[in-house]
Design a protein around this ligand. Structure first.
Ligand code: SF4
Length: 283
């Protein structure tokens, strides 16, 4: 068990426990605490709301309770096809990339096969994706580099990954996390917005948000943190209008943009109960 995980069970419960009606005294305290935070967060205007360690813990425990093994949405069959898919996903939707790579990965799932296919053919395969000409060039060039410098394997370190054509920090983080199980935080548009909107990891740049996230995410939740946040931002805490009624962390969220509901959504109650169950000794 990690050091973070051994920390104050009491405070973990106080931040994240809710109960169905009739509420227990502990649940009432928890709800009152969350409710009490609301006006403060609004009154704090533009400053990022502050969260206690226990509240942050509760947020990630709720995400875990709702989706213990979150998965990325880019189809791939190995580390190489994952790398290519992430390179292709810049300024494109995952669904659009998956559509284009379905056939491409059937005929070229290794750097050698991709190189043999050649730039013109790769370009044809991915022409439905934005910036496809440049992306085809990068995919073939990175395949060449994987063969010449890494024995045809995808390297497991950031520096080597970022040296590949078309690969930036975010792409490297996704590959390190999904293919190699490293607890990296890949900051995409959703995660960047979420870090700032709810204020758990504010920052002016994606790197600021990444660093802030690394500091606050409990170590035992770090591997899946970026998936949870990306999916939460994509489907619930959406850019134009967050769907707070469907939010598992509603009572914990201190965003000034939070919709003022009359009651905490049932899904938040359910996940708080699930977390409380998991925290029971022997669970
Ligand atoms: S309560 Fe609303 S604003 Fe806060 S995280 Fe949930 S969806 Fe986003």
């Amino acid at each position: 068990m990690s050091e973070e995980n051994q920390k104050p069970v009491k405070s973990r419960k106080s931040a994240g426990s809710l109960a169905k009606k009739p509420a227990t005294p502990a649940a009432k305290r928890s709800t009152a605490k969350a409710a009490g935070a609301k006006p403060k967060a609004v009154a704090r205007s533009r400053a990022a709301p502050r969260y206690t360690k226990a509240e942050i813990r509760a947020i990630f425990d709720r995400f875990h309770a709702a989706d213990p093994e979150p998965k990325g949405e880019l189809d791939h069959t190995n580390a190489f096809t994952l790398l290519v898919a992430v390179v292709l996903s810049a300024q494109a939707t995952d669904a659009g990339v998956n559509k284009a790579t379905k056939h491409l990965f059937q005929i070229a799932d290794t750097p050698q096969k991709m190189l043999a296919l050649g730039e013109d053919r790769v370009r044809e395969e991915i022409r439905t994706i934005g910036l496809y000409k440049n992306k085809a060039k990068n995919v073939v060039a990175l395949s060449q580099m994987l063969i010449s410098e890494h024995g045809g394997e995808v390297p497991q370190d950031r520096e080597a990954l970022e040296a590949l054509p078309g690969v930036g920090r975010k792409t490297a983080n996704v590959v390190l996390n999904i293919a190699f199980g490293q607890p990296t935080i890949a900051v995409d548009t959703h995660l960047f917005r979420l870090g700032n909107r709810i204020g758990i990891a504010p920052g002016k740049t994606p790197l600021d948000v990444e660093k802030a996230m690394e500091k606050i995410v409990p170590p035992d939740r770090a591997l899946h943190a970026h998936h949870w946040l990306i999916l939460h931002g994509r489907y619930i805490c959406k850019a134009r209008k967050p769907e707070c009624r469907r939010c598992v962390i509603y009572d914990l969220c201190k965003s000034p943009e939070k919709e003022k509901l009359e009651a905490v959504p049932e899904i938040a109650h359910q996940m708080a109960e699930k977390v409380a169950e998991e925290e029971k000794p022997g669970a």
